[in-house]
Ligand binder design. Structure first.
Ligand code: 13P
Length: 260
């Protein structure tokens, strides 16, 4: 069944690279990565770089993603960027990343509105979910995952669920976390089972089978093959390793070679 789902390699550059550096880095990646029908490569630069990179990028090779946006169309929201302002530049948008949830106190209600706004704008939301170390320690992993799915997808209808990608990012495995440690294959397989079971409950078995689920704890070129081979995993959402051309290009090549 995994064969029918597309593979994704998504680079989350977070708050790194000036506009000039981002352009040079894109140029480097463009020269080293061949387009592939098997793997969709998505780059998520800072908002400020979206417009210039959208002019530079070969969209057959890479798609662009927003790291964040505000869900209202326009108005008096100082410092925010609306989807209507970046719609022409991006095909994807990361929503509900743990750094937005926990550093910027983004609410579940805002996350749900962002997912819905992206779907309305024909931009694929990549909804990030994942338990904290404390939730895992307290045996609340499944509850945390299901709660985030229920609230994040609250505004998404059965007709639209195929327009959403889920990224499982256990907060305790992300490199920005002080005591980050790698998730084991068992941890990830269990979490993905919980995710698909809950999607089945909300939207039916076909939707659960069809939805793409990415893994987004700390991944590098040495660990990516093992993650990509896991049952139910359709790709990776990569932070630190996506900032290093050698690392990122190696991961893309590994993804192209994964047969499942
Ligand atoms: P790292 O790959 O740096 O751990 O970050 C993961 C992440 O947050 C991707 O969105």
């Amino acid at each position: 069944m995994d064969n029918s789902r597309k593979k994704y390699i998504v680079a989350n550059w977070k708050m790194n690279f000036t506009t000039g550096e981002a352009s040079l880095y894109l140029n480097k990646l463009s020269n080293r990565i061949q387009p592939s029908r098997k793997v969709q490569i998505v780059l998520a630069p800072s908002t400020i770089s979206l417009q210039p990179l959208s002019l530079q990028v070969n969209r057959r090779q890479f798609k662009l993603a927003a790291q964040n946006f505000y869900w209202r169309e326009y108005g008096a929201y100082t410092g925010e960027v609306a989807l209507s302002q970046i719609r022409g530049f991006v095909d994807y948008a990361i929503v509900g990343h743990s750094e937005r949830r926990y550093v910027f106190n983004e609410s579940e209600a805002d996350i749900a509105q962002k997912v819905a706004a992206a779907v309305r704008s024909n931009i694929t939301p990549i909804l990030c979910i994942g338990e904290t170390a404390l939730e895992r320690k307290d045996g609340e992993t499944a509850a945390a995952i299901c709660d985030q799915l229920a609230s994040g997808l609250h505004e998404v209808s059965k007709e639209d669920i195929d327009k959403v990608i889920i990224a499982y990012e256990p907060v305790w495995a992300i490199s920005s976390n002080k005591n980050a440690k790698p998730a084991t294959p068992t941890d990830i397989i269990e979490a993905v089972k919980i995710i698909r079971k809950y999607i089945a409950k909300l939207y039916g078995k076909d939707a659960a089978e069809a939805i793409s689920v990415l893994y987004g704890g700390s991944v590098n070129k040495d660990t990516s093959a093992a993650y990509l081979e896991l049952d139910g995993i359709d790709g990776l959402l990569i932070g630190s390793a996506s900032l290093i051309a050698d690392q990122f290009c190696a991961i893309v090549e590994i993804a192209k070679g994964v047969n499942k």
